[in-house]
Design a protein around this ligand. Structure first.
Ligand code: PBG
Length: 323
């Protein structure tokens, strides 16, 4: 008899495999993103070509779609707004009757148990598509902070459960924390897009959110994909400023960073499995080259295995049943 490690002993049956399984996805790990669009027809539903299965939704269409997912176990959503009009100062982003503010109120009214997270950024609302205020062709850091605070406060007033700033301006977590606290929202957590890379994987999202920059790119504010030590600096700064959750985005190309944040800090880590990551699997599955659900669950499990306890993914609705 050979004397070697027999790992196969624990893989012989599905019950044994389940008993020794180290990572199990739960519906409460997952967050579904939705694109809510300002439209005269609240039933408006326009499929996003580069993200099969995802649509821009009018408010009633959103409520219907969330209703189905909620009954299947959906626990949390993150909302992105597509306004009717855009300008240099993202005015539509912080109106009391803005698309996100109305969507939050309706969701909280219809599904009190649902956690509603709002993305806080300017890019979907600015005419130039950048995530901040532009002067002299450059995205200005400090002047942007007040606008972000206005957006975050308007979301909090509408009833958002968690605020998620995705702009990557320096100092915004502290600025938002102080603004929220000052208005009495001391209990609203900030889920910071702490480590957000200037990634090629956001392409389909920019079609969905109509937020491609009209000039230049986002490299002066989003991180260089080559860096991971810098991610630790960003995380330390966000923690000092009062972040409650640290997010890494995208997910699969940056699992080393997810793992590093989970190991080095004591805050929950979230990861965003972004539009391009979703579309890759969708496109291959449409060709019959891979099994979509199996690939999705494998991808999401690997993100959890790396150390993320919250995962934002467009696959959430689809995999709820399988979990
Ligand atoms: C807005 C924002 C982006 C994404 C989330 N928030 C786009 C960007 O930075 O260009 C991307 C999400 C995705 O690709 O699914 N700042």
């Amino acid at each position: 008899m050979q004397d070697f490690y027999r790992g196969r002993r624990l893989r012989r049956s599905s019950t044994i495999r389940e008993m020794v399984r180290e990572t199990v996805l739960h519906p409460s790990d997952l967050i579904q993103p939705y694109f809510v669009v300002e439209h005269q027809d609240p039933e408006f539903c326009s499929p996003i070509a580069s993200m099969p299965g995802q649509s821009q939704l009018g408010i009633s269409a959103l409520i219907k779609r969330v209703g189905i997912a909620f009954r299947a176990g959906l626990r949390a959503v993150i909302l992105f707004g597509v306004p009717g009009e855009k300008d240099e100062f993202a005015t539509e982003a912080y109106k009391e009757e803005g698309i996100i503010q109305r969507a939050v109120r309706e969701l909280k009214e219809n599904f009190p148990g649902l956690t509603v997270i709002t993305d806080v950024c300017l890019c979907e609302y600015t005419s130039h598509g950048h995530c901040g205020i532009v002067q002299d062709g450059y995205v200005q850091n400090d002047p942007t902070l007040n606008y972000l605070a206005r957006i975050a406060l308007s979301h909090a007033r509408a009833g958002a459960d968690i605020i998620a700033p995705s702009d990557m301006m320096d100092g915004r977590v502290g600025w938002l924390r102080r603004s929220l606290d000052h208005e009495g929202f001391t209990d609203i957590p900030i889920m910071s897009y702490t480590v957000k890379y200037a990634s090629a994987f956001y392409g389909p999202f920019r079609e969905a959110a109509e937020s491609s920059p009209s000039f230049g790119d986002r490299k002066t504010y989003q991180m260089d994909p080559a860096n991971s030590v810098e991610a630790l600096r960003e995380a330390r700064a966000d923690i000092e400023e009062g972040a409650d959750v640290l997010m890494v985005k995208p997910a699969l190309p940056y699992l080393d960073v997810v793992h590093a944040l989970a190991g080095n800090f004591d805050l929950p880590v979230a990861a965003y499995h972004v539009s391009g990551e979703y579309s890759l699997i969708k496109a291959a599955a449409a060709q019959g080259w891979i099994d979509e659900n199996a690939a999705a669950i494998e991808a999401l499990s690997s993100i959890k295995r790396a150390g993320a306890s919250m995962i934002i993914s467009y696959f959430t609705e689809n995999v709820l049943e399988a979990l």
